[in-house]
Design a protein around this ligand. Structure first.
Ligand code: PLP
Length: 381
């Protein structure tokens, strides 16, 4: 099998699996319990928190463990909105965020908040001037993703962070697609809140974190015990958090080298695709992108049919966000970049990862060329 869907999820790193198995066997106590088994679990959890903080460049007390990138995004948006309701009612985000952010904004809008969804240019980069113009003294939060999960296009988050800081507005970055994948320190992003998720970086599902920088106003969204400094109630998934810490540590260690390798492979893939299949278009390829992602339009061909054809050949790709599989709607991200409904439906995302080798990509190009030619023949009769 050739797996080219690493933006949807990644396999567990063997060392992560080992660390989790040890934890499940040996440290099954509740970290909140007052006895020695609980103390042991608490120490293991504290060590996991410290490893994440060291790897990413933040303080251990700034790591708030939670269950998914989706929950981290919810906590950031709803938590700041609640904390600052008395100060203002306006939230700024972009039109191409993951549904974890966009649908949370829809829900907040129903609660009476005003939401600005800033558009992007044809390369998928947020219109920073429009974002700037949208800010008012009622703005209580800006939320912009670091890299888009469908196109890999990077957003100018450092610049937006400066804008937010000058106006004293909390800034949230959804870094689910970049944490542990790109070599950066959290401090460099300049955000008060950063979401990351274990299963995108060879860690487990069900383990994620919201990094909350000191002094960022935030209220909890779950009611219950006083876990995670009162910010996230619920007995911690200790083995998951140990796995998350191991995964972050390993990913950060080789992020620089691995991202250079993937960039070379991605460029090779795109060159081969362009020469093998007439008429295709690479979406967002003129913008700064994460090195592992390619989003390609095959005009006149249905993306879902290509996926089925490739699956039969043992190759896994997707049309975009895994969460939208089964939804008939074309990608909101590609539509916002100006693609027609038909072109958006004829687009695929290929996302490379640790297991990807050049031979896999050459086989994929061949399978794609055959599948697209076959589908074009069918649609032309
Ligand atoms: N944000 C982005 C940019 C994502 O790509 C994803 C998952 O695809 C999420 C948030 C949600 O993360 P999780 O699957 O951990 O809930």
């Amino acid at each position: 099998m050739i797996y080219l869907d690493h933006n949807a999820t990644t396999p567990l790193h063997p060392q992560v699996l080992e660390a989790m198995a040890t934890c499940l066997r040996e440290h099954w106590g509740n970290p909140s319990s007052p006895h020695s088994l609980g103390n042991q679990a608490r120490l293991v959890m504290q060590r996991a928190r410290e490893r994440i903080a060291e790897s990413l460049g933040c303080g251990p007390s700034e790591v708030v463990f939670c269950s998914s990138g989706t929950e981290a995004d919810n906590l950031a948006l709803r938590g700041v909105a609640r904390a600052l309701r008395a100060r203002g009612d306006h939230i700024v985000t972009t039109a191409i965020e993951h549904h974890a952010v966009l649908h949370t904004c829809d829900a907040l809008e129903e609660e009476g908040f005003r939401i600005t969804r800033v558009p992007v240019d044809p390369q998928g980069v947020v219109d920073i001037e429009a974002l700037h113009r949208s800010l008012t003294d009622q703005t209580i939060l800006i939320s912009v993703m670091h890299a888009n999960n469908e196109t890999g296009v990077l957003q100018p988050v450092e610049e937006i962070a400066g804008m937010a800081a000058r106006r004293g507005i909390p800034f949230h970055v959804d870094a689910v697609q970049t944490a542990g994948r790109l070599p950066f320190r959290l401090r460099d992003l300049g955000a008060g809140l950063v979401s990351l998720s274990g299963h995108k970086l060879y860690g487990p599902r069900g383990a994620a974190a919201l990094i909350v920088r000191e002094g960022t106003p935030l209220q909890p969204i779950l009611t219950g015990g006083s876990h995670e400094r009162g910010l996230r109630a619920g007995t911690e998934n200790l083995a998951g958090l140990v796995g998350l810490a191991k995964a972050v540590e390993l990913a950060v260690q080789d992020a620089a080298q691995e991202s250079r390798r993937l960039e070379g492979l991605r460029d090779h893939l795109e060159e081969r695709l362009v020469s093998a299949i007439p008429g295709i278009r690479l979406n967002g390829a003129q913008a700064r992108r994460v090195p592992n992602t390619s989003n390609v339009t095959f005009p006149g061909v249905d993306g879902e049919s290509i996926i089925l054809g490739l699956d039969l050949a043992g190759i896994c790709v997707s049309t975009g966000s895994a969460c939208s599989t089964g939804e008939p709607e074309p990608s909101h991200v590609l539509r916002e970049m100006g693609l027609s409904r038909r072109d958006a439906q004829g687009s695929l995302r290929l996302s490379l990862g640790r297991s990807t080798r050049q031979e896999d990509l050459d086989l994929t190009v061949q399978a794609l060329a055959d599948t697209v030619a076959r589908l074009r023949r069918i649609t032309s009769v």
